[in-house]
Design a protein. Structure first.
Length: 141
């Protein structure tokens, strides 16, 4: 069920039923998006809650220049960026007089991000085990 103009207008009037319908429709996709970005189910849950709180608080600013779903995902992405920026910690080595930290260039960052994405995808692609192996089968190889 797509989110139509009437649903958006109901949201803007503060109707909780419309908000619940939107959350029901988008919570799964938003959570999965944030899980892929963060790599952590706990972080993804927290950011999903913060995303829908921000949607509720800022629905009046939705002007319809984009699809509503795109707007919500934009909010989710900004929630992730805020989380990521808060986690950055600057370290300084105090043992040496003048120390310049080598920062990886854009190419290195892209390679690392690509490798992380490939590892995540490989984990997601693993088959679901149908039964637990016995200790004996593991031991005998």
């Amino acid at each position: 069920m797509p989110i139509d103009r009437r649903t958006i207008e109901a949201l803007q009037r503060g109707e909780e039923g419309a908000y619940a319908a939107v959350v029901d429709l988008l919570i799964g996709p938003v959570y999965r998006f944030l899980l892929r970005l963060s790599g952590s189910p706990t972080v993804a849950e927290d950011l999903t809650q913060e995303t829908f709180l921000a949607v509720w608080q800022s629905i009046a600013t939705f002007g319809g220049r984009s699809r509503f779903k795109t707007w919500v995902f934009g909010i989710a992405y900004h929630q992730f960026l805020r989380y990521r920026d808060k986690r950055k910690v600057e370290t300084v080595q105090l043992d040496e007089g003048e120390y310049e930290a080598e920062t990886p260039g854009p190419e290195q960052l892209l390679l690392e991000a690509d490798e992380q994405q490939r590892v995540r995808q490989a984990i997601y692609d693993l088959p679901t085990p149908t039964e637990k192996p016995s200790a004996w089968s593991i031991w005998k190889g």
